[in-house]
Design a protein around this ligand. Structure first.
Ligand code: ADP
Ligand code: MG
Length: 588
């Protein structure tokens, strides 16, 4: 083939490929345009997860009729004129390619009225070709409708994730923009029903509540640190609330949502030693930096930036976050972890002793692994919740209860030494095995005297909805109850006494992780989570009867040595080890 200049159509499609990856990218670009146009209300509507329709309406400055057709032309922008401007960009847009890109891969319609004129204009573009341009009537502002996105690039369509994931990305995006622009009123409609709405009154907590649910929103810590011309503001999760991935780490730089690995590293560093390895914090943090000190022209999606003084910025983030964590370190919800954190940080000798104890005991078992799980002591099968190795059934002897210590552990004596049993992990195991054994039949559920209503943020609604059948199977009776709410009518009999709302909340916590967990496994997973929440906690005093019952139930378990998440339920100090520690070895 000869070298030839690509047709405009092809060029735009290639360019579009860089900017518009999925429905959420369209929403992002259109919201950015509305913000740049000084909108005070932005309404987003989607049909078919954004593939059928994305409509973004604003009450901003609008586009003069004469400029309408230019606005959908590539490299046409009102936000930048000289190359020098590139190094001091105040607006979110500047590349002049979003509208052209979107219009080249969809059926595009835009109606806009400039604030200084009475007449509006309407332009329609189909797969990059303008098919209509006319004057019309409309209120001030702009409405963009994007229909049948990627209809002419089927490869892109195939590449999209499930509808629920794409929808979730959109609602996450709108919610985060709402956080960054709390004085703009945002509304999001999915299939014509409202799923997210802010008042535009500047109240961050109110938006956080929609983003994470009211419980977490209340607990988010405020970050505020100013140094020279750099400012850091926003919210971070306390150490008691963590996620299993980095997806809830959000940074805005000068009002622009950025994905920056080093910013998120700076944040996680600040949590170092305060949260477990493999767990991540949540954040919505805003950095304000002089415009000429950050280069935003790094990537077509404008989601990456380069700082002139990166080290200074990262250190600001790290110190700002650490300071907030320390200032709030005495909040009540973290105090229950005192036991576990003490044993890790201060009693390192002790830990060594435990570890050698476990090791001694493991020697007899071929499957022993001495890897560490989140800084805890290793046990056989650690980290493998599914493992149902029967060998440990045999090695678990009948125990004589001695008592409870630290309101957290049971002490018991066996023929071969001393056992310390973590009451929480043990109870978790007991509940989990009971629930899983009932699963073969019908798990008995118990109606609540007064059904409880739970309100959830939009991205969590989807998760609950999709898992309703599994929950039903596990003994939960949950029904839709108006927008963003469910009514819990019954819970499994086994969990009577547990707060029903927190039972449902554990389902959604972290659940976004698994895009499509294997059916079958999913029941186990949900059961394990619910049991973790339902189990007695460290800090709870148990009566003698409760202690013996727990011990007896644990003895009946198939895998008594680990909790359903793979952590040890017990530590064994063998007679041999005790003798050695007391210097008696060999003297007998
Ligand atoms: P950019 O935002 O990089 O300038 P776009 O392709 O997104 O490029 O938009 C092209 C131009 O169209 C913008 O520069 C702006 O002048 C105009 N425009 C787009 N959307 C709107 C809107 N919602 N309100 C007012 N003007 C808009
Ligand atoms: Mg733009």
């Amino acid at each position: 083939m000869q070298i030839q200049i690509l047709k405009d159509e092809v060029v735009s499609q290639i360019a579009a490929g860089e900017v518009i990856e999925r429905p959420a990218s369209v929403v992002k670009e259109l919201i950015e345009n509305a913000i740049d146009a000084n909108a005070s209300v932005i309404t987003v509507k989607i049909l078919g997860a954004g593939k059928e329709l994305i409509e973004v309406a604003d009450d901003g400055n609008g586009i003069p009729f004469e400029e309408l057709s230019l606005s959908v032309t590539r490299h046409a922008t009102s936000k930048l004129s000289t190359a020098a401007d590139l190094f001091s960009i105040h607006s979110l847009g500047f590349r002049g390619e979003a509208l052209a890109s979107i219009a080249s891969v969809s059926q595009f319609e835009m109606i806009s009225r400039h604030y200084q004129t009475d007449v509006a204009g309407r332009i329609m573009v189909d797969g990059g070709k303008t098919i209509a341009l006319e004057k019309t009537g409309s209120s001030k502002g702009t409405v963009v409708r994007v229909r049948n996105l990627f209809y002419n690039v089927p490869a892109r369509l195939k590449f999209l994730k499930t509808d629920s994931t794409e929808r979730q990305r959109i609602s996450n995006l709108v919610a985060r923009f709402a956080m960054a622009y709390p004085f703009i009123r945002f509304q999001l409609f999915n299939e014509n029903s409202p799923i997210f709405q802010t008042s535009g009154n500047g109240d961050h907590r109110e938006i956080l509540a929609q983003l994470y649910g009211p419980e977490i929103a209340k607990k988010m810590l405020v970050v505020k640190l100013e140094e020279e011309s750099f400012k850091l503001n926003g919210y971070i999760s306390p150490i008691a609330i963590t996620r299993s991935n980095r997806r809830e780490i959000t940074f805005f730089v000068n009002g622009r949502w950025v994905q920056d690995a080093s910013l998120s590293a700076a944040l996680t560093k600040a949590y170092h030693t305060l949260i477990m390895v493999g767990r991540y914090p949540m954040s919505v943090l805003f950095l304000d930096i002089p415009f000429n000190q950050v280069d935003v022209n790094v990537h077509p999606t404008k989601a990456e930036v380069r700082f002139n003084h990166p080290d200074q910025i990262f250190s600001l983030v790290q110190r700002g976050v650490r300071r907030a964590l320390l200032a709030y370190s005495s909040v009540p919800e973290v105090s229950h972890s005192v036991w576990s954190s003490n044993s890790q940080e201060e009693d390192s000798n002790q830990e060594f002793l435990w570890r050698s104890a476990v090791w001694t005991q493991d020697q007899g078992q071929n499957q022993a692994s001495d890897s560490e799980v989140d800084g805890n002591i290793a046990q056989p099968q650690a980290g493998n919740p599914e493992a149902k190795d029967r060998s440990d059934t045999i090695t678990f002897p009948l125990l004589r209860l001695v008592g409870q210590i630290g309101a957290a552990y049971l002490v018991a004596e066996g023929p071969d030494g001393l056992y310390l049993i973590d009451q929480h992990a043990a109870h978790e195991r007991v509940l989990f095995e009971k629930m899983m054994s009932q699963l073969n039949k019908e798990i008995p559920s118990q109606s609540l005297l007064s059904p409880e209503v739970i309100h959830l943020p939009p991205n969590h609604i989807q998760i609950v909805e999709e898992n309703l059948p599994v929950l039903r199977k596990l003994g939960f009776v949950i029904e839709n109850f108006g927008p963003n709410s469910f009514q819990i009518r019954a819970i499994p009999q086994l969990l009577i006494g547990m707060d029903p709302i927190s039972a449902v909340n554990v389902l959604v916590d972290d659940f976004e992780d698994d895009e499509s967990p294997l059916q079958g496994k999913i029941e186990e997973k949900i059961a394990a989570r619910v049991c973790k929440r339902a189990a007695v906690k460290a800090g709870q005093l148990l009566t003698k009867e409760e202690q013996s019952a727990l011990l007896a139930n644990l003895e009946n378990c198939h895998s008594p040595r680990t909790c359903p998440h793979g952590r040890p339920t017990m530590i064994h100090l063998s007679v041999g080890l005790l003798e050695k520690q007391f210097g008696r070895k060999g003297s007998l």
